[in-house]
Design a binder for this molecule. Structure first.
Ligand SMILES: C[S@@+](CC[C@H](N)C(=O)[O-])C[C@H]1O[C@@H](n2cnc3c(N)ncnc32)[C@H](O)[C@@H]1O
Length: 405
């Protein structure tokens, strides 16, 4: 079965045809992405075969004789002796939660032999159309169903997934990546992104507080401060997804949770707890905490097969993420491909998640802000997130409970 609704792009029915085509060489077609490896004088024809590129029509006589095997040719053939290049051309990929199929298409374009594009939403129907419109139906198999329910009859070399929710863990989609990993990923296979880190930091945001709360003290000369409590509740009861800048952040961030997608287990996601201690770098009203994350694209750090990381990755990171340790900016941002949603980085659709206090705390430079945080999957709906925040500063302690739904 290739999807709980039985919907597929026909892969199941056409499996025999596929194998026959692959035997005929259909599975060994060259991809444009490798053209830069070709020595001068070679081009890829419409039929995907290599021809010596001699455009001089007057030299047709000479073309009959096979061209001499040059040093360029030798270098070219030598490049194909490395197992890595063959490995990269035959990867089988699974896209967990493919949506419109865009990432699956990127994988096919990058040379994947086959991509299983899985999505439980009806968007899978559109994904299938998009795949067909781009003539990739032979390579990309759209499976309309939950990753937990669909069946495929081979292991995959790579799992890709855009699973990250607001505050990283909201939506709880990472569990489905774990399920896919445990069901189908080959030993030593890749998961992209490979790891993720959730950060938190205290923030000051006077403009936001004034616009939402202080505003009510005087509205066109009318004392409307009776609205203050209600305004605080309406504005700040739940986490807010907003864009802030580095200027709002009062300290270096604290690592709430580091996720290694190769090793994380389901039970680790049910509840995440951390204790934090910040020292404010300036005097300012403390309005709450901001949360953001980054994800990296690496090979499995401890795998013995990690000696060949495909060229789409720029190298393994030696960053040691330890939960609870405040992490400064990366020493070398080029170490691995990183997607960051930090306030100082270009905005993304994830923005940052803010938990505002109902009342600001005036902090002095070097003042300690400390406490604990627990993020847990809601029992009512595991895609919702319960947030238990304890914080104290200047001798006073507070607790804030909220739910991200
Ligand atoms: C954030 S979207 C990503 C879409 C697409 N990969 C992209 O980057 O544009 C997440 C997708 O995952 C799908 N999804 C979430 N959990 C799933 C599961 N357990 N099985 C299959 N699809 C799932 C959702 O339906 C949604 O389309």
């Amino acid at each position: 079965m290739y999807g709980i609704t039985g919907y597929s792009n026909g892969y199941h029915q056409n499996q025999q045809q596929h194998s026959a085509e692959e035997k005929r060489g259909g599975g060994r077609r060259r991809r444009g992405g490798r053209r830069s490896r070709h020595p001068p004088g070679f081009r890829v024809s419409d039929h995907h075969h290599y021809h010596y590129n001699n455009d001089d029509d007057d030299d047709k006589q000479e073309q009959k004789a096979p061209p001499p095997c040059t040093d360029f040719d030798m270098a070219y053939f030598h490049s194909y002796a490395h197992v890595g290049i063959h490995e990269e051309m035959i990867k089988v990929v699974m896209d967990v939660g493919c949506g419109t199929g865009i990432l699956s298409i990127f994988c096919a374009q990058a040379g994947a032999k086959r991509v299983y594009a899985v999505d439980a939403s009806d968007i899978a129907l559109q994904a299938n159309e998009v795949v067909k419109a781009n003539n990739l139906a032979e390579k990309i198999i759209v499976l309309h169903g939950r990753v937990e329910d669909v069946e495929i009859d081979e292991e995959v070399d790579v799992i890709i997934s855009e699973w990250m929710g607001y505050m990283l863990l909201y939506e709880s989609m990472l569990g489905s990546v774990i399920t896919a990993r445990d069901r189908w990923l080959k030993h030593g296979g890749l998961i992209l992104p490979s790891n993720a880190t959730l950060y938190m930091a205290p923030i000051t945001h006077p403009d936001r507080y004034n616009d939402s709360i202080e505003f009510w003290r005087n509205v066109y000369g009318i004392d409307m401060s009776a609205m203050l409590q209600l305004a605080k509740q309406c504005a700040f009861e739940e986490p807010c997804v907003e864009t802030i800048t580095g200027e709002n952040v009062l300290t270096w961030p604290h690592v709430v949770k580091h996720v290694d997608c190769y090793t994380i287990q389901h039970n680790e996601l049910e509840s995440v707890s951390t204790r934090y201690k910040f020292q404010s770098m300036m005097r300012a009203p403390l309005h709450g905490f901001a949360f953001w994350f980054d994800v990296e694209f690496n090979g499995p750090t401890n795998s013995p097969t990690n000696n060949h990381i495909p060229s789409l990755l720029t190298g393994a990171s030696n960053n040691n993420h330890i939960d609870g340790i405040q992490k400064k900016k990366r020493a070398n941002p080029n170490e691995a491909l990183v997607l960051s949603t930090a306030p100082e980085d270009p905005p993304t659709h994830w923005q940052q998640t803010l938990i505002y206090f109902y009342d600001p705390i005036e902090v002095e430079q070097d003042q300690i802000i400390e406490g604990s945080l627990t993020l847990s999957q809601s029992k009512e709906n595991r895609r919702f997130m319960n947030i238990h925040l304890e914080y104290s500063s200047g001798g006073r302690s507070y607790v804030k409970e909220s739910v991200m739904r």
